[in-house]
Ligand binder design. Structure first.
Ligand code: MRU
Length: 353
């Protein structure tokens, strides 16, 4: 990749500020958990796996800033910072998964040195990042087998390198297919209101020499009706035990039109995006964001001031609309309840090492 979405550098978290893309490539140097929480809320860093990685580094940062404290005080501060991070965005389960993984280490640490605790937490955060890279690689490999030698693929939002620790989930499949010398053309909807499709996916694909065509979200049905799309692959923020999928708002209508026009609809996601504690998508908390995001376009007000706005950031696609879920373990098929139970264990994610 010709950019670095997130990394630990000079005892700080360095992130590519995605709010500024594609016009400016600016990196933020984050030295406090408060600033990190803000960056997650504002979507400077975004995408379920990347949010999980940021949370891991956030706990490492908290422990770095507590190194000189007495262990009891250091632990209190770190646990408090974990709670701050927990309250940033409610839908992507990777956030909670990563925080739990880090919290367990804090809870179980019996030593007396805060410096040593930081060392262990930092190592774990690095591991989460490295594991995600490997998960993306395997998802790409498994998904690429589904792609015909010449394909027009539609995706939604951004589920690429900008959203993960590797080359992405949905876009990872596309990169892997390209690596296998398949001829790929990507269609992407703008992804209103924050334009992750128009601003981020087009930029990322352009940087990686993948041909891409941008359409307004409402033109997607026309493309499908005209038979111009071979298959659809999207990412996920949380997948329930029955295979219902929460992803960026606009995913559900895309799945509905795919069904209507008999186009395969795939979801690509790692084990860390599954939430086996919930039975169905009805239990997934859906983030509602500020009305200003809808009432303006590129910071220019486009509506009367007093109108009501409903601005959910995600929707839930019912499992029956999904052809398959591409994971690092393979492509899960229906009945999802059974295949998820058999193959997914988010607590057991390991790299090939
Ligand atoms: O609000 P965002 O930009 O964080 O939403 C991101 C998505 O919906 C992605 O599709 C999802 O997180 C998967 S990223 C591999």
């Amino acid at each position: 990749m010709r950019f670095n979405t997130i990394e630990w550098k000079n005892n700080s978290i360095r992130i590519l500020d995605q709010r500024e893309l594609p016009l400016k490539e600016i990196y933020l140097e984050i030295r406090t958990v408060k600033k990190l929480a803000n960056s997650i809320k504002r979507l400077s860093i975004r995408g379920a796996p990347a949010i999980g990685i940021a949370a891991g580094y956030g706990v490492a940062l908290s422990s770095f800033n507590s190194k000189s404290l007495e262990i009891k005080k250091a632990k209190i501060r770190i646990l408090n910072d974990i709670e701050i991070l927990r309250k940033t965005r409610p839908t992507a389960v990777n956030l909670f998964w990563a925080l739990e993984r880090m919290k367990e280490i804090v809870d179980e640490y019996k030593g007396r040195e805060a410096k040593r605790l930081h060392h262990i937490l930092f190592k774990e955060a690095k591991k989460i990042h490295k594991e995600d890279k490997e998960l993306c690689r395997r998802i790409g490999k498994n998904g690429a087998q589904l792609i015909p030698s010449k394909a027009n693929i539609m995706t939604h939002c951004n589920a690429g390198a900008l959203a993960t620790g590797g080359w992405g989930t949905a876009l990872g499949v596309i990169y892997a297919a390209k690596k296998m010398r398949k001829t790929i053309h990507v269609y992407i909807g703008e992804t209103r209101p924050l334009l992750q499709g128009a601003r981020l996916t087009t930029w990322e694909l352009w940087k990686n020499d993948v041909p891409v065509t941008l359409v307004v979200d409402s033109a997607r049905a026309t493309l499908l009706k005209e038979g111009r799309i071979d298959l659809i692959i999207v990412g996920a923020d949380r997948i329930a035990s029955n295979g219902d999928v929460a992803n960026k708002i606009g995913t559900y209508p895309l799945a509905l039109i795919a069904k209507r026009h008999r186009v395969d609809f795939y979801v690509a996601a790692p084990s860390t995006t599954f939430d086996l504690s919930i039975k169905s998508g009805a239990e997934i908390p859906i983030e509602e964001r500020d009305e200003e995001e809808v009432k303006s376009f590129s910071r220019i007000i486009t509506t009367p001031d007093s109108i009501n706005v409903f601005n959910p950031a995600f929707d839930v696609t019912p499992n029956e609309l999904i052809t398959g879920i591409i994971t690092e373990k393979g492509v899960l098929r229906k009945p999802f309840k059974k295949s998820i139970k058999r193959y997914i264990n988010p607590n057991n994610v390991k790299t090939t090492e």
